[in-house]
Each structure stands twice: as C-alpha cells, then as structure tokens.
Design a binder for this molecule. Structure first.
Ligand SMILES: NC(=O)c1ccc[n+]([C@@H]2O[C@H](COP(=O)([O-])OP(=O)(O)OC[C@H]3O[C@@H](n4cnc5c(N)ncnc54)[C@H](OP(=O)(O)O)[C@@H]3O)[C@@H](O)[C@H]2O)c1
Length: 397
C-alpha cells in the first residue's frame, strides 16, 4: 500500500491538497502535525478542512464528511525545526519503511522574519530531505519528492512572462527572506536528492476559491480589500496581477504529485498570460457594486505611497500598522507586472484557472462581512473521541 508523507497538511493550501488526495484519489496520508496530542492534531485538521465540507451543510454532515477523510489519515507528531523533525525514533523508522512518496508543503510565509524563514524553509526542508534519505535507505527508493515552492523565487522582475526553467537566476536579488529561502530550498532538494523523482510546483498569488467566497487565509485578501477601497491607486492600471484560485492550485498539487508520467520537473501553478490587470479587476468589482466609484490609477504616486506604507508599518501595533506591514511585503508583487507561464500545468491537468475577475466580487463581500476571520465551527466532541485509525503510527499520550 502506498503512503504519502505530507508536511503542512493543516495549512491553507495543504487543506486543499489533503482533501483532493483523500476524496478524489483515495490516497493514504501520514501528516506531520505540530500538536501536543491526537485530539489537538484532529482539531487542527478539522479547522483546516471544514471549509471544504460545504458552507451550508449541517454540523453533523460536516462531521461525517471529516470522518471519511480521517479514515485515510495518520498523524505524526513533529516539527520542521526540531532535530530529526521532532519524531520519535521508533515512529520515524516505521514511517520510513512505509512511506512511498513525500509531499512537502509546510513553510513559514512570514516575509518579515528572516529567522522564521531560515528555520522553517531551509533547516526544515533539509530535515525533510533527511527523512527522504531514510526512506531511500530502508525501501531502496522514494517514488517522488514534491516541493511546494513559490513563483517568488524568480527574484526582482519587471513586466515579464517568466518560464519555469528560467525563473531562478542567481544573479538577481530577492524581494524578501521568504523568497530567498524558498529559492535555496529548491536548490537543496535538487542537489541532495539527485536520483529521486523530484517535482517542484510554484504557486503564484493564491487568493480565494472560484466555487465559494470562503477562505481561511486573509493576509493577501486584506491587502486586496484595502486597495479596492482606495479611490486613487498608486500604480499602473495595466499592471497584471498573477492571482490564481486556490481550488486550481490544490488540485494541481495533489494530481501532479500522484501523476507518474509528468512531462516536466517544474510547474508554475499560476494564471500566466491569462492574468488580469488591476484595471480589469477594478471594473469587475464595479460591475458587482455599481454604486462604487471607479478607481483612478496614478502610477506617479507610487513612491509617496511606499513611504506612507513604510511609516504605517512602523507604527505601534494596531490596524494601521497591520495594513502597513501587509502592503509593504506584498507591494512589490502587486506592481511588478510579472506573470508566470502556466502552459505546462494547464496541459497536464486539461484545465485552466478561473480568472480572478470572475470571483473577486464575492470574495470581497464575504471577507468584509466576516471581518477577515473564518467562522470556525468547534470540533464536535464525537470526533475528538475517535479511536486511533487502524494504521496508526504515532504514540500519542
Ligand atoms: N498561499 C499562497 O499564496 C502561496 C503562494 C505561493 C506558494 N505558497 C507555498 O505553499 C505552501 C503552503 O502555504 P500556505 O499558504 O498553505 O501556508 P499556511 O496556511 O501558513 O500553512 C503552512 C503549513 O505549514 C505548517 N508549518 C509551518 N511551520 C511548521 C513547522 N515548523 N513544523 C511543522 N509544520 C509547520 C503549518 O502548520 P501549523 O498548522 O502547525 O501552523 C501549516 O500546516 C508553502 O510552501 C508556501 O511557500 C503559498
């Protein structure tokens, strides 16, 4: 029986990948989870996955849906930044014997903390590679190692269409520690697992779901809503934003990971040349909310805006500093007018992403309505009491 070892399965994109892997592919998963005990691990996965159980379903049918997922899941207690992934040695050895492939999704996306990015993205990926080597030593081979990276590895750009094989240019500077550490992580996996079937998937700006307005990740959404509400935008209206729907990305991560005969080794999970301009996004919002005033694009004001955002980011903790910090880190990616060719993934999946203009209005409405906080339903007590799944590896207290 094949077992996929997954890191980051409780996160935003991880929840999409786990749902797809289990419910579409019936894959068996071992999830590395930072949790004190099994109840915590289940609660964490429940929070990550409940959005996928259907917004209008009753709590009971959501719980039933989740139980179906749990049947295929084993939890492994650990942490990317702990020695040997923080796994119990017996568990690690048993897991290495049973793991057939590794899907590495976990990362720190904290662009403001070099320390967090170095620890999770570099040291953490090195530890996952160490585990991959254990698997190879025990089983003779690892069927696949998939590294979920980011298009941010492309470094500083302006008005480009970036192809997968030309994205990494070691002479280029990076926008932030997140981009830099993800770039080196890709390199490390390539250098340290030379004989393994490796796949690198690089999502662009993942924002919202094309099927429903809910999301559990709000950083980029907050920035989008703040910009959408500004009467004057300090950027060119023609600048394209490579925003991609999470349902497309989640499907791509899961399907590509399990696909044996992928044509390429690197895939951009992006909207590519189908990306919409800032002006087109503004027009889409306007058609949904006709009472709004159309934004004016004033690129000459870009410098003054950046200075204001920097000042806001340095204010004492509060709403202004939060928006300042968010806009500061995302601004380069909003105005660099660079998109990431997605021909490979579209050919591989036989599907293209849904343009952001088609669903941004509902995402805007719902996010404002819930004040950027997903209305989580607590874990039903019945689920917390669930007995260990039969393929249990961990030794939770
Ligand atoms: N979202 C995007 O727009 C986007 C775009 C491009 C690329 N990506 C890439 O996609 C991947 C997933 O991103 P995401 O948006 O899903 O992020 P996320 O929601 O923050 O999820 C991150 C996941 O990583 C786990 N994790 C973080 N540090 C860990 C540690 N020290 N030990 C074990 N697990 C740890 C988290 O576990 P906890 O639940 O314990 O925190 C969580 O499950 C990342 O590799 C990111 O670089 C994302």
């Amino acid at each position: 029986m094949s077992l996929v070892f997954v890191t980051g399965g409780t996160g935003y994109l991880g929840s999409y990948a786990v749902t797809r892997l289990v419910l579409h592919h019936d894959a068996k998963l071992a999830l590395l989870v930072r949790a004190k005990n099994k109840k915590d691990a289940i609660a964490k996965l429940w929070n990550g996955l409940q959005m996928h159980a259907g917004a209008h379903e009753s709590a009971a049918s959501k719980a039933e849906w989740f139980e179906r997922v749990l049947e295929n899941v084993t939890f492994v207690s650990g942490d990317l930044t702990a020695p040997h992934l923080g796994m119990d040695p017996r568990v690690r050895s048993e897991l290495a014997e049973r793991t057939s492939s590794i899907l590495h999704i976990a990362a720190s996306l904290n662009r403001r903390s070099e320390k967090a990015c170095l620890n999770a993205n570099l040291r953490g990926t090195l530890s996952v590679v160490g585990f991959a080597r254990d698997v190879i030593a025990k089983r003779g081979r690892l069927e696949r190692f998939t590294d979920v990276s980011t298009v941010a590895v492309c470094g500083r750009r302006f008005r480009e269409v970036v192809q997968e094989d030309l994205a990494i240019d070691w002479e280029r500077s990076d926008y932030d520690p997140y981009a830099r550490t993800k770039k080196f992580a890709e390199h490390m996996v390539e250098e340290l697992l030379p004989d393994t079937d490796r796949l690198v998937v690089r999502p662009s700006i993942v924002m919202g779901d094309s099927r429903f307005p809910q999301t559990t990740q709000f950083d980029m959404v907050r920035s989008f809503c703040a910009l959408a509400d500004m009467p004057v935008l300090p950027m060119s209206g023609a600048a394209r934003l490579d925003i991609v729907n999470a349902d497309f990305v989640g499907r791509a991560i899961a399907d590509l990971h399990l696909k044996r005969d992928t044509k390429h080794r690197i895939y951009h999970l992006s909207s590519g040349t189908g990306s919409k301009s800032a002006e087109a996004i503004g027009t889409a919002l306007l058609s949904k909310y006709p009472s709004r005033r159309p934004p004016r694009f004033v690129p000459q004001a870009s410098r003054a805006f950046e200075a204001t955002v920097n000042r806001m980011a340095n204010l004492p903790k509060g709403t202004l500093s939060l928006y300042g910090a968010l806009l500061k880190v995302f601004w380069p990616y909003i105005v660099f007018d660079t998109v990431f060719d997605n021909t490979r993934v579209c050919e591989e999946l036989g599907e293209t992403p849904v343009p952001f203009t088609e669903y941004c209005g509902e995402l805007y409405r719902w996010s404002r309505e819930v004040k950027f906080a997903y209305p989580f339903v607590p874990l039903p007590e019945r689920l917390a009491k669930l007995a260990a799944p039969s393929q249990e590896i961990t030794t939770w207290a």
